[in-house]
Design a protein around this ligand. Structure first.
Ligand code: UD1
Length: 363
C-alpha cells in the first residue's frame, strides 16, 4: 500500500515510517518541522536504506495537500499532524483547536476529493473521562477532558466518525495511545521535546545525561504501590507496529473502529526511574514536589481488543524502553539540535522537487 504519513517526522510518526517501510509499504511523508527536525528525514532514509518522497508542507494548506494527492496514488492516510503539549494548549487553546481540527478537516477533504477511503488517527487516552474504573476499555466514558489538547483529540475523533458515516466506503481506525516511551534500536531517532520536557521519560533521560539537575516527582502520596503516579508505558516500536496492524485491519472494512494501544500494565514513577538507572548505569537525582494539577493516580489500558481484532500486542518491556531511550540520549545529548546539519538539510529539502516552504508538526 502507498501510505501518506501526515506529521511523519515527529516522535511517533518517524518510528511508524520505519515500521511501514520495513513492512514493505511505500510512504509519502509530510511535515512542517514546527515540532520536529529536518534531520529526521535523512535519518529515516539512512536507517531504512529506502528513499521516499517528502513534502515540507502544512497539511492544512489544502492547495498543497491537493498537489501531493495528485502526485501520488494514495491508498491510506495516517494522521499524526498536530500540536501535543498539554500545558501549551491551556495557554493557547485557539491555536490548538485551529491546528488540530484544521489538519483533520483538510485531510478528510483531500481524501474525499481523491477517492482515498482509509485513515488511521493518532488519538490519545486523554479522551477518557477522569472518573473511569481502571483498566480503561474502548467503552469507558469519554469527554469531560482535562485540557484543550484532550478536547481536540475528542473532537477530531467525532469529525472522523461523522466523515466515515457520510462516505459509505470509508474505513477509519482511532488509535488511543497510552504513554509512548523508548527509541529506535539504532539510537538515531527518538523523542526530542522542545524546551523542558513535561513528560516523565524524556525528563529522566535528560537528567541522567546531565542536562537537568534533578527530576521533580509529582507526588508520592497517591494510593499506589509506592505513592507515585502509575501509567501504562508502551515502547514506541510496539506503538508503531500497532499502526501497521491497524492498516491491515482496515482492508475490506467500513465505518469507524477504536483501539487502545497500551501494554495493560501499570508502572510507577519510582519503578521507571529505577529501571532507567539500571539500564543506563547513570543516576537520576530526584526530589518530591507537590502533585501536578490534572494528574490521575493511576491510568492503564485494557489492550485486549487490539490483541483480539488486530492481532497486536505490545512485546517490549520497560527495561527495553529504558535501554533504548538511554542509547538515543547518549548518542544525541542535545536531541536533533545540530544547527549546521539542520540548516543544510532544511535548505536541500526546500529546493528539492518534493517540498515547498511551509509549516506543520508531527506527533
Ligand atoms: C501526559 C498528558 C496527557 C498526554 C500524555 C502524552 C498531563 C496531565 N497529561 O500524560 O494528556 O496525552 O502526557 O504522553 O500532562 N511525572 C513526574 N515528574 C515529571 C513528569 C511526570 O513525576 O517531571 C509523573 C506524572 O505525575 C505521572 C507520570 O509521571 O504520574 C507520567 O507523566 P507524563 O509523562 O507527563 O504522562 P501523563 O501525565 O500520563
Amino acid at each position: 500500500m502507498r501510505i501518506f504519513v501526515a506529521g511523519g517526522t515527529g516522535y511517533i510518526g518517524s518510528h511508524t515510517v520505519l515500521e511501514l517501510l520495513a513492512g514493505g509499504h511505500d510512504v509519502v511523508v509530510a511535515d512542517d518541522f514546527s515540532n520536529s527536525s529536518p534531520v529526521v528525514v535523512n535519518r529515516l532514509r539512512q536507517i531504512s536504506g529506502k528513499f521516499f518522497p517528502f513534502y515540507n508542507i502544512d497539511v492544512r494548506d489544502e492547495a498543497k495537500l491537493d498537489g501531493v494527492f495528485s502526485d501520488h496514488k494514495i491508498d491510506c492516510v495516517i494522521h499524526f499532524a498536530g500540536m501535543k503539549s498539554v500545558g501549551e494548549s491551556v495557554k493557547m487553546p485557539l491555536a490548538y483547536y485551529a491546528d488540530n481540527l484544521g489538519a483533520t478537516i483538510a485531510l478528510c477533504r483531500a481524501m474525499e476529493k481523491h477517492g482515498v477511503s482509509k485513515l488511521v488517527f493518532s488519538s490519545s487516552a486523554t479522551v477518557y473521562s477522569s472518573g473511569n474504573q481502571m483498566p480503561l476499555t474502548e467503552d469507558s466514558a469519554v469527554g469531560n477532558c482535562a485540557n484543550p489538547y484532550g478536547w481536540t483529540k475528542y473532537m477530531c475523533e467525532q469529525i472522523l466518525r461523522d466523515a466515515a458515516a457520510a462516505n459509505s466506503g470509508w474505513s477509519v481506525a482511532l488509535l488511543r495511545y497510552f504513554n509512548p516511551v523508548g527509541a529506535h534500536i539504532s539510537g538515531d531517532i527518538g523523542e526530542d521535546p522542545l524546551g523542558t520536557p513535561s513528560n516523565l521519560m524524556p525528563y529522566i533521560a535528560q537528567t541522567a545525561v546531565g542536562r537537568r539537575e534533578s527530576l521533580n516527582v509529582y507526588g508520592d502520596d497517591y494510593d499506589t504501590i509506592d505513592g507515585t503516579g502509575v501509567r501504562d508505558y508502551i515502547h514506541i516500536d510496539d506503538l508503531a507496529k500497532g499502526h501497521v496492524a491497524a492498516i491491515n485491519h482496515l482492508e475490506g472494512k467500513t465505518g469507524t473502529s477504536v483501539f487502545n494501544l497500551g501494554t495493560g500494565k501499570g508502572t510507577s514513577v519510582y519503578e521507571l526511574v529505577r529501571a532507567f538507572e539500571k539500564a543506563s548505569g547513570a543516576s537520576v537525582p530526584q526530589k518530591v514536589v507537590g502533585r501536578r494539577e490534572g494528574d490521575l493516580p493511576i491510568c492503564y489500558a485494557d489492550a485486549s481488543k487490539a490483541a483480539r481484532e488486530l492481532g497486536w500486542i505490545a512485546e517490549k518491556s520497560i527495561e527495553d524502553a529504558c535501554a533504548d531511550s538511554w542509547r538515543w540520549q547518549k548518542k544525541n545529548p542535545d536531541g536533533y539540535l545540530d544547527t549546521i546539519a539542520s540548516t543544510q538539510v532544511r535548505n536541500s529539502l526546500a529546493s528539492s522537487s518534493c517540498s515547498s516552504n511551509s509549516a506543520f508538526s508531527g506527533t
